[in-house]
Ligand binder design. Sequence first.
Ligand code: SF4
Length: 367
Amino acid sequence: MSNKKSIKSSSSAERGSLPSFLVSELRSRLLNWYAKSGRTLPWRKTRDPYAIWVSEIMLQQTQVKTVIPYFERWMQQFPTIKALAKADLQSVLKAWEGLGYYARARNLHRAAQQIEGDFPTDLEGVLKLPGIGRTTAGGILSAAFNQPISILDGNVKRVLARLIALETCPSKALKQLWAISDHLIDPNAGRDFNQALMDLGATVCTLKNPACLVCPWRSHCKAYNLGVQSELPMSETRAAIPHKVIGVAVIWQDQRILIDRRKPEGLLGGLWEFPGGKLEPGETIEDCIKREIREELAIDIEVGERLIVVDHTYTHFRVTLNVHHCQYRSGEPQAIACDEIRWVTVDELSDYPFPKANIKIIEALRQ
Ligand code: SF4
């Protein structure tokens, strides 16, 4: 017989708050589990706040297995805050190439230039740095200095929402979830507690099929006891994201291709790309490419055959890039809607940082 009960059948008091007497039990169970089952990760071998900060930023929106090689290369290339502060933005973006959400790299660079001396050790000082919110600050200060400062990333929200069988979606209960995270953190073991909570969310209390049978919190978990762990947390209602169709030009002249650098701020700021723009209603891709290139670079081109179609999804929209080979015809290229333009060979493309969708274009060119 199923042990599944309706969430509504337990009282709000039972589900909405965490009784104090449970807190030390939950702490010790989690820390014991972590001592046996915690992951070995490169940034856990160090107490250097800079290295931990880099890892925390890379781990935002990105999986651990993707981050590890980037983190290791980054620490070789920019081993200290000073080294990062002195580097030029282009080499910073190149080191980040493929990780996405490039504002993270720009903010790291800017923050490194802002830090005078050592990395700050107080919450207020850390929160002043660009790109660092409350969870990231807690992650850094706990991991580097063992400070009992709580975190609430996506994984932690899910674990805590299940622990108390939260009746609403986590974004509507942030105050409550922060209060629980604050209440739970071990004042003497901030580092291990936060790391353990992250590991629990990443390896046991996963989005799909949580492994409750091996979970150290199982006996106190409301969602498990109600049999609703797979139905929680309640999902956020999301509007459908818009779709943009883009015409993109690979403009050739004498074995060279024209690329442009995006303006420094905004989405993909400072990265290089193949020029192009959004399809207008009633326009063909060929007409769109010709128009965009005239408007953005003040040159005329002939649009040739299609090279590749690339679909890519960003957080708030998705794009379809229709990429065509084009031949330069006339005019002096001008950087009207970008920061800089260059003619480069296919081999030279690897010297420049490009967003992921453009890397697929480069791969197609190499074939
Ligand atoms: S018992 Fe299951 S649902 Fe509850 S915290 Fe553990 S893994 Fe998550």
